[in-house]
Design a binder for this molecule. Structure first.
Ligand code: ADP
Ligand code: ASP
Ligand code: MG
Length: 435
């Protein structure tokens, strides 16, 4: 059995949903994971903001606009009037439920219920459409088996124990929601934005799937960000660690959390294009490649913090004190460079930047560079190979580079540049490495 996950763009309209239905019907008995229709979760977040602000009119307006989008979609989706009416009544009851929230006290529990509706709707529509097409599909509610533990981490044992028995039912294919789950207190919760990829990976690992497929609107992982750089190409094979670096550092096609469960269960992840199902896409697995630079990714909104201290000279325990400050503010460091008298670190979560800087000032002179961009080049960076680093560095000859990170893993070399130089840097890397 394979896991086939379809993202928001793949189910973003009636015709896209019909294409997905044909695709999954032809593929055999698999477990299909769906995201919400594209734009829905953003709109649900808007509704949540109105409800927290007790702006009932704003909430109702937004709810009604979203509802009419769904009612319109199902007119085109179904063939029979009976199916349209059945699905229309369901949609109306969901949106009536949302409107009722404008009259109640609103808190985190209600918020999670609102955010869950996108995936609940898309899977219900797909279930009814497949049934209309004569497919014996079984909709498995993710809230029955996707579970977080007390630390907020997925409970893999629970997922396995509760999902496996459901899959022995007699069906042509199984369908479930991405993103949504229950927490340790049994309340509705979610796996954070973009979390449907994580669902696919977790259920794939739990049932020992043959393959985890992530279907989206582009032909696999590209060698550079297609939103920024011209003439990017799909990369056909990546090691899990390479894919993890790319996903973490900005290649939005794959959510970074998706890598780890698949990697440890040794289940290949295949990125495929809904618009061109026969294209080969990208396969991600544990096989290493040697001798190539694969791809470049970039992450914005990076802050670089430098601490200079003469006390660091010949001292031990200095870095521990510095790191403890970041730890106490639950802020992780992405990149770090040290010299005998100073250390520079980059972070992308700047919520506690002021507090961190305040505490660091106990140990030295602190400076901060904001609006920076972390660029990550992924490929065979084994230190015994020669020429790769100098080739990558040569691309940056015209661009001011704030930090360079090399040797942290066998897979990457990273730079920090100004955000305003990002496009230029990505294009220069593409010209140098992939022309
Ligand atoms: P979905 O809704 O299917 O989850 P996403 O919008 O989350 O899809 O991700 C797909 C998008 O990621 C693509 O349309 C593409 O613009 C973007 N993207 C960013 N970097 C890359 C990359 N390196 N390779 C492929 N796509 C990328
Ligand atoms: N619908 C959720 C989101 O937009 C989850 C996902 O699409 O992966 O974040
Ligand atoms: Mg996505």
């Amino acid at each position: 059995m394979k896991i086939m996950k379809f993202g928001g763009t793949s189910v973003g309209s009636a015709s896209r949903m019909q294409a997905v239905a044909r695709l999954v019907t032809d593929a055999g008995c698999n477990l299909v994971v769906l995201s919400a229709m594209s734009g829905t979760t953003n709109t649900l977040e808007e509704i949540v903001a109105y409800l927290y602000n007790r702006n009932a009119d704003g909430a109702k307006d937004t709810i009604s606009r979203l509802e009419s989008k769904y009612q319109k979609t199902i007119q085109d989706l179904f063939t029979t009037e009976e199916a349209r009416q059945q699905c229309g009544a369901h949609i109306q009851s969901v949106f009536d439920g949302l409107r009722a929230l404008t009259r109640e006290l609103f808190g985190p529990v209600q918020e999670k219920m609102v955010l869950a509706q996108g995936e609940l709707l898309s899977t219900k529509m797909m279930e009814l459409y497949l049934k209309e097409q004569g497919v014996n599909v079984l909709l498995l509610p993710a809230l029955d088996f996707m579970k977080l533990d007390l630390q907020g981490e997925p409970d893999q044992d629970y997922i396995r124990e509760h999902l496996l028995p459901l899959l022995s039912a007699d069906a042509d294919l199984f369908l479930t929601q991405g993103y949504i789950c229950r927490n340790a207190h049994n309340e509705v919760d979610n796996l954070q934005r973009g979390g449907s990829d994580y669902t696919a990976s977790l259920v794939g690992a739990a049932i020992g799937a043959e393959e985890i497929q992530i279907w989206t609107d582009i032909d696999g992982m590209h060698n550079n960000d297609p939103r920024v750089v011209k003439d990017t190409r799909a990369v056909r094979h990546l090691h899990f660690d390479e894919a993890a670096e790319l996903a973490y550092f900005g290649a939005k096609i794959l959510h970074p959390t998706c890598i780890q469960p698949a990697k440890y269960a040794n289940i290949p992840v295949r990125l495929l294009n809904t618009l061109e199902p026969s294209a080969p896409g990208t396969i991600i697995d544990n096989r290493p490649d040697t001798g190539t630079i694969k791809a470049v990714a970039a992450k914005d909104n990076i802050a670089v913090i430098k601490i200079k201290s003469s006390r660091m000279l010949l001292a031990h325990g200095f870095l521990r004190k510095v790191f403890e400050i970041f730890e106490s503010f639950r802020t992780s460091i992405d990149m770090i460079c040290t010299s005998e008298v100073g250390v520079s670190m980059s972070i992308d979560d700047t919520r506690f930047l002021n507090e961190i800087v305040h505490h660091l000032k106990k140990y030295g002179t602190v400076t901060v560079d904001l609006d920076m961009c972390l660029i990550c080049v992924v490929g065979d960076m084994d230190w015994e190979n020669v020429g790769f680093e100098s080739n990558v560095l040569a691309a940056m000859k015209e661009i001011p580079v704030r930090m360079v990170g090399y040797g942290g893993s066998n897979y990457n070399i990273s730079f920090i540049v100004k955000e305003e130089d990002k496009k230029r840097a990505l294009q220069a890397l593409s010209n140098q490495l992939f022309a």
